[in-house]
Design a binder for this molecule. Structure first.
Ligand code: ZN
Length: 428
C-alpha cells in the first residue's frame, strides 16, 4: 500500500544533521519511507501537504495509559500519600473493562496530539495490549509488578509475568511489543528484581522501572540498604542497556558513571516531577554530556493531567533553564531530540523510528502551518517547542497507516470511548 505526502512545506527530518527539507514529497510504501524528493508519484493515496510541517511522530517513553481514568483525582499531594490514599485504593476497583477504555482514552489523546509510540507500565496488561492493538499505534506494554516484600506475591508476580509473555502473541506488524515493569526498587523486593532481570535476559526484553523519583526515596534507600537507588540496582546486577529508568531525578556523579557504564536509559518526565515536587530537576545537562540516552515521557494522566508531548517539550526546556539558571541549556532542538530520536534510542528503536529517513518506518505527523501558534515562522523548531500545542496536529500516521486525518480519528470510536470513561470514572 502506498501513501504520498505531496509538496510538504517543511520536513523536520531529525536525521543526523537535523536537516530541514522544503517543498518535498515523501513516498511511503508498505509502512516504510521509500523516497524523499520532488515530483514523486503514486497510484495510492495522496495527501496535499503544502500548508503542513511534517515531522517524526512523538515518542512517549513513560506512561500508565489507563490512569487517564484518574485525571484530576487526587492532585496537590506528596507522592507517598498520593499513592497510598488515592491511587492504590482506586486501582483496586479497576477491572479489564475499565482498563481497556482508560487505555483507549489515553491513546485517543496521544494520537490527537502527535504521539506515535508509547511505553506503558500498568496492571491488567492483557487488556492494555488488546486495546492498544485495536488502534494500530506503536508501543510497548509492560506487565507491571509490585510485591512490597511479600514472598508469596513475589512468586505470583513472576508467574503472572511468565503467563503474560506466553500469551503475548506477536502479530506480523510487530507494532506492540512486551516489556517487564517492576514498579520501583522501593515497592519490589530484591528477589523480585533479580527474578525479573533473569526473565528479561532469557527473553531478551527491556525492563521499565521507576528509579530515584523523590528525595525521600534516596533517603529511605540509604537508610534501608546503605546505598542510593542506582548504586543498589548496579549492586544486584540489574542495570544494562535493556533497563529503562523513569524519572532518575536525583543522581550522584558516581551514579551517572554507573548508568553510562551499564548502558541503561532514562525517561524524563518533567511535568510529573514538578507537579509532585520531587525535590530537584533531573540533571539533564550532565546526562547529555555523558551521552546517556534520554527520552521524554508524560507519566500517567493522574500525575500529569495531560498526555500532550508538545506541551511536555516546553515544560522540559523551561524547567532546565530555570533550574540551571541558564537560558542556553535545554535548547529547542535538544528538547525536540528528546521527544523524537532520543525516545527511539531509549526504546532501542533508533534504526526504525524517531526520524524521517529513507528505510525507516513511516511514523509521521502533519502540523497545520496556518495555526496561530506556527505564525510567524522565523524558526519552526522554536515554534514546535515553545509555541505549539498538540491541537496543531492535523494528521497522525503510524507504520504508514493513517490513525488521524484532518483531526478525525480513524481507528478509535471516540464517542463510545468517552461515554465508557465517564461511566467508569463516576464509579471511582
Ligand atoms: Zn510513572
Amino acid at each position: 500500500m502506498e501513501l504520498l505526502l505531496k509538496n510538504c512545506a517543511q520536513v523536520l527530518t531529525q536525521d543526523k544533521t537535523r536537516n530541514i527539507l522544503k517543498d518535498t514529497d515523501i513516498l511511503i510504501k508498505d509502512g516504510i519511507i521509500k523516497e524523499l524528493g520532488k515530483n514523486l508519484s503514486t497510484a495510492g493515496k495522496i495527501i496535499d501537504c503544502k500548508d503542513k510541517l511534517v515531522m517524526p511522530g512523538l515518542i512517549n517513553t513513560h506512561n500508565h495509559l489507563a490512569m487517564s481514568l484518574f485525571k484530576g483525582y487526587g492532585d496537590d499531594m506528596p507522592l507517598d500519600r498520593w499513592l497510598q490514599e488515592k491511587i492504590w485504593p482506586a486501582e483496586a476497583k479497576l477491572d479489564d473493562g475499565s482498563v481497556r477504555y482508560g487505555t483507549l482514552f489515553a491513546l485517543m489523546e496521544m494520537i490527537k496530539t502527535g504521539t506515535t509510540c508509547f511505553s506503558d507500565m500498568y496492571l491488567s496488561s492483557g487488556a492494555v495490549l488488546s486495546a492498544a492493538r485495536s488502534t494500530d499505534i506503536r508501543g510497548f506494554v509492560a506487565y507491571g509488578m509490585i510485591d512490597l516484600g511479600n514472598p508469596e506475591k513475589t512468586e505470583s508476580e513472576i508467574k503472572e509475568a511468565n503467563l503474560f509473555l506466553k500469551n503475548f502473541k506477536s502479530d506480523k506488524t510487530g507494532l506492540i511489543r512486551p516489556m517487564l515493569g517492576p514498579h520501583s526498587p522501593y515497592t519490589c523486593s530484591r528477589d523480585l528484581l533479580e527474578k525479573t532481570k533473569k526473565l528479561a535476559r532469557k527473553n531478551n526484553l527491556q525492563i521499565h522501572i521507576h528509579v530515584s523519583e523523590t528525595q525521600k526515596e534516596i533517603d529511605d534507600s540509604i537508610k534501608a540498604k546503605g546505598m542510593r537507588p542506582v548504586e543498589y540496582l548496579n549492586d544486584i546486577g540489574f542495570l544494562d542497556k535493556n533497563t529503562i529508568m523513569a524519572h532518575a531525578c536525583h543522581l550522584s556523579e558516581d551514579e551517572i558513571a554507573l548508568i553510562k557504564k551499564s548502558g541503561a536509559r532514562i525517561s524524563h518526565n518533567p511535568t510529573s516531577n514538578m507537579k509532585l515536587a520531587t525535590g530537584g530537576a533531573m540533571p539533564l545537562k550532565e546526562l547529555m554530556d555523558a551521552k546517556i540516552p534520554v527520552g521524554l515521557g508524560t507519566d500517567g494522566s493522574a500525575s500529569n493531567n495531560s498526555l500532550d508531548l508538545m506541551g511536555e517539550m516546553k515544560v522540559c526546556a523551561l524547567l532546565h533553564k530555570f533550574a540551571d539558571n541558564d537560558p542556553e541549556t535545554a535548547s529547542a532542538q535538544t528538547v525536540l531530540d528528546l521527544a523524537t530520536i532520543g525516545g527511539a534510542k531509549v526504546l532501542g528503536l533508533e534504526d526504525k523510528i524517531g526520524s524521517i529517513e529513507i528505510g525507516k518506518q513511516a511514523d509521521i505527523i502533519l502540523i497545520d502551518l496556518n495555526d496561530t501558534t506556527m505564525i510567524p515562522d522565523h524558526n519552526s523548531v522554536s515554534n514546535i517547542v515553545y509555541s505549539a500545542t498538540g491541537s496543531c496536529v492535523d494528521t497522525t500516521i503510524v507504520n504508514g497507516k493513517i490513525l488521524m486525518e484532518n483531526k478525525i480519528l480513524t481507528t478509535i470510536d471516540q464517542k463510545t470511548v468517552i461515554e465508557k470513561v465517564k461511566e467508569f470514572a463516576s464509579k471511582i
